[in-house]
Design a protein around this ligand. Structure first.
Ligand SMILES: Nc1ncnc2c1ncn2[C@@H]1O[C@H](COP(=O)(O)OP(=O)(O)O)[C@@H](O)[C@H]1O
Ligand SMILES: [Mg+2]
Length: 249
């Protein structure tokens, strides 16, 4: 579903992605963990071209681009393949929950309002917001806002969903409801890449975990191996520091 080869990105002299190679299967859930500043967000942003990578190949479903040579049409096609869920929700503050979900359907996909609203309502019900269709973001809890963000990502029927620390801006009381919604989506065999600092969640939901540091993939494995028997000293150090003792069986 997703294949990335030798993806590179630097900001000035700062090499942020130093040749990333990743493959994600159809229906696979990939978790990415790693210290702050290791390039996790930049990697996701490069995948849907919110940042322009310097070098590399990206293939998502049937769209394959060489980032150095891609044209506007290829960029558009690649962007259409994924949807992103952001740390800070990035909702339109002057639009209701429903309008946030239907916006891209009406504007980008040129769908009729009624049809878009039917889809939007169905998705908001799915993320547990059946009573919040017409509320503005400011009247919603952080957890509810992020669930609107997830419904919005699902609305465009992406081939893969990219989550960038979807719970790290939330008050602790709202974290579990958002993680549950993501788990429910994972059950449907949706291809997902999730950058997260919730190790317990990564262990429960991911098929595979990647540890990233300094713009490189240091180690990858199934969650059980990764959390119980990390191979690289860097991974061991990271996991020890954030304290995943409770994960070890
Ligand atoms: N738009 C930008 N301009 C300049 N530097 C950036 C930009 N975005 C990210 N960086 C730098 O890239 C590095 C990796 O950042 P990021 O991808 O956000 O890491 P992570 O998500 O793992 O915390 C950091 O050193 C950060 O300062
Ligand atoms: Mg980040």
């Amino acid at each position: 579903m997703i294949t990335v080869k030798n993806l590179k990105k630097q900001f000035g002299d700062n090499v942020v992605l130093d040749g990333i190679d990743v493959h994600v299967d159809q229906g696979e859930v990939l978790a990415i963990i790693g210290p702050s500043g290791s390039g996790k967000s930049t990697f996701l942003r490069c995948l849907n071209l919110l940042e322009k990578p310097d070098e590399g190949l990206i293939q998502i479903a049937d769209t394959k681009v060489d980032v150095k040579k891609m044209n506007a049409k290829e960029m558009h096609q690649l962007r259409q393949k994924t949807a992103m869920v952001f740390q800070h929700y990035n909702l339109f503050k002057n639009k209701t929950a429903l309008e946030n979900v239907t916006e891209s359907l009406i504007i980008a996909k040129k769908m009729k309002r009624q049809e878009a609203e039917d889809i939007g309502k169905e998705l908001l019900v799915k993320v547990g917001l059946k009573d919040q269709f017409y509320q503005y973001p400011v009247t919603l809890s952080g957890g509810q806002q992020q669930r609107v963000g997830i419904a919005r990502a699902l609305a465009v029927k992406p081939r893969a969903i990219l989550f960038d620390e979807p719970t790290s801006a939330l008050d602790p009381e709202w974290v579990s409801e958002v993680l549950q919604v993501i788990k429910d989506i994972a059950q449907l065999k949706t291809t997902m890449i999730i950058v997260t600092h919730e190790m317990q969640f990564a262990e429960e939901v991911a098929d595979r975990v990647i540890f990233m540091a300094d713009g490189s993939i240091v180690e990858q494995n199934n969650p059980k191996e990764m959390f119980n028997r990390p191979q690289s000293p860097r991974t061991q150090q990271f996991l020890n520091k954030i304290g995943t003792g409770e994960l070890n069986d």
